[in-house]
Design a protein around this ligand. Structure first.
Ligand code: TPP
Length: 327
């Protein structure tokens, strides 16, 4: 098995600052959502992605609109970076008529085909064969669009994920498997669900490359994903990128993570992807205090506006309950 090819993808100062903006916007969105849940204003299941933003930004940054993503329950940020306005996303979480599913759902189940988003299904791992199907379509159409499929280390144990990997390898599909390994599958730690250390090793069994990287380093995630995407576009088949990370909150906002120690949480919080990237940009002379303040101010305004939009949006009306439904 040849080792994975490393490419360096150059980013301009503007692009690096844009990445910082997305990291911070997604963090702020999730933080506000968490408060809204505790205030009883958002009643949907909220699966905070706080701590995992570098994976969202590093994988989605620079995707074409036509490239498809199949995100997870924790990947609200992928919707934002793919182009869903923050207000619409907030209205979705409020279950309002202006949300993606027009109030029929208040989670991430809705897809947005025109933005290349296939909505999450709640069956763990079930998005992997769907992603393989989308990638097969791109291959049959002879387009060079690609698909990113996300799954957790817990879902990597399901049959669906293995079937999708095998199928993608056999047909050399333009597919990148993104494993978000945050160590816990709900309350089950990884050592109780897998006898190997790296999920990335599983790719080898199917005949393609897997790489395990620091999922809290946005540039490491970007470089690895862009390498995998370049190979996928060139017809060289799938890659598995395993991003090692940690979720700061419980499995969902109603879960008190009593199964973890405060020491473990403190270690991972010290690896927060945001300050790491911020200091890097300062060191590169790309970021100044003024620029940072400007980004923070812009984000405060956007999040406030998103909440105001959701709050003032109408509830779905019962008369519409059966529209847009197909049987
Ligand atoms: C097939 C299936 N089994 C169990 C569940 C219940 N469940 C929902 S999320 C979850 C944990 C998922 O862990 P992981 O795949 O590692 O993703 P994470 O939540 O850590 O991001 C479980 C067990 C489910 N939704 N589907």
């Amino acid at each position: 098995m040849p080792s994975i090819k490393r490419h360096k993808f150059k980013l301009s100062s503007e692009q690096l600052l844009e990445m910082l903006y997305w990291l911070k916007l997604i963090r702020s969105f999730d933080e506000r959502l968490s408060i809204l849940v505790r205030q009883g204003l958002v009643r949907s299941g909220v699966y905070s992605g706080i701590g995992q933003e570098a994976i969202v930004v590093g994988t989605c940054y620079g995707l074409r609109t036509e490239d498809y993503i199949c995100p997870l329950h924790r990947d609200l940020g992928t919707f934002l970076i793919k182009g869903v306005p923050a207000g619409v996303m907030m209205a979705q979480m409020y279950g309002k008529a202006t949300g993606l599913s027009k109030g029929r759902d208040s989670a991430l189940h809705s897809g947005v085909p025109e933005l290349g988003i296939f909505g999450n299904t709640s069956m763990l791992g079930a998005n992997a064969p769907v992603g393989a199907g989308l990638a097969l379509t791109f291959k049959l159409e002879q387009s060079d669009n690609i698909v990113l499929v996300y799954f957790g280390e817990g879902a990597s144990n399901t049959g669906d994920v293995h079937e999708a990997m095998n199928f993608a390898a056999v047909h050399k599909l333009p597919l990148v498997f993104i494993c978000e390994n945050n160590i816990y599958s709900y309350s089950t730690p990884i050592e109780k669900s897998m006898a190997i250390e790296d999920v990335a090793d599983r790719a080898d069994a199917y005949g393609f490359d897997g790489v395990a990287i620091n999922g809290n380093d946005v540039l490491a995630v970007y470089q690895a994903t862009q390498g995998a995407i370049a190979r996928a576009r060139a017809g060289e088949g799938p890659t598995l990128v395993e991003c090692k990370t940690y979720r700061w909150h419980g499995h969902s906002e109603h879960d008190k993570p009593f199964y973890r120690t405060a020491d473990e949480e403190a270690v991972w919080k010290s690896r927060d992807p945001l300050p790491t990237f911020t200091s890097y940009l300062r060191g590169q002379g790309v970021l100044t205090d003024d620029i940072l303040q400007g980004i923070d101010q812009r984000i405060r305004t956007e999040i406030d506006a998103a909440v105001a939009f959701a709050e003032s949006s109408p509830e779905p009306s019962p008369e519409d309950a059966a529209t847009d439904l197909y049987a």
